[in-house]
Design a protein around this ligand. Sequence first.
Ligand SMILES: [Zn+2]
Length: 218
Amino acid sequence: MEAGNERMIHEILPVGVLQCNCSIFGDEQTRQALVIDPGDEIEEILTVVRRHGLTVKAIVITHAHIDHIGGAHKLKQATGAPVYMNGNDEALQAMLDVQASWLGMRPPEPVQIDAPAREGDALALGSAQFHVLETPGHTPGSISLWIPAEGKLIAGDTLFRDSIGRTDLPGGDGRRILRSIHDKLMPLPEQTIVIPGHGPNTTIGREKRFNPFLQGLE
Ligand SMILES: [Zn+2]
């Protein structure tokens, strides 16, 4: 087998009432895993982790909305893995109880953030690098993760197939989200597979051509 041709384990699990796409990446050699947006259903996430014989090395939160961060405390307790989140979402994280009331849910235990996820940071998993792109707009601290070795982008709630993230919640900014998409996501290779925070996958090229929110965005 040629080096660089193996793909890593990648399972996408829609979790919770809002069906947030939780991504579980696993490296075949080191058996280490990275879990992104464990919003809920931590038992299901742990079942996938165990089925592949993986050890969770890090938990990454794309933004502090409850459907993305709600299960992080439980997963951290179960695995001991450090949690990464951009500091600009701390204010939102501090109002998880308010967010829970929007959804009529019981507020989850708040999770302690161990490390900031800032523009230019990269997390390594095996030989792959997960590059942090700051993509504010949906929330002030929204990040996306660009994984060149896999040709994949974890987009959080910034970019969706045929849509973009809502900006009417506290901290949202409609102009900023378009600037983030234009400056950080559009320059990625067209064949990049985009895994949004909810709903089906897409590609950068497809969204450039068909996403109605991005037409004329030059
Ligand atoms: Zn969100």
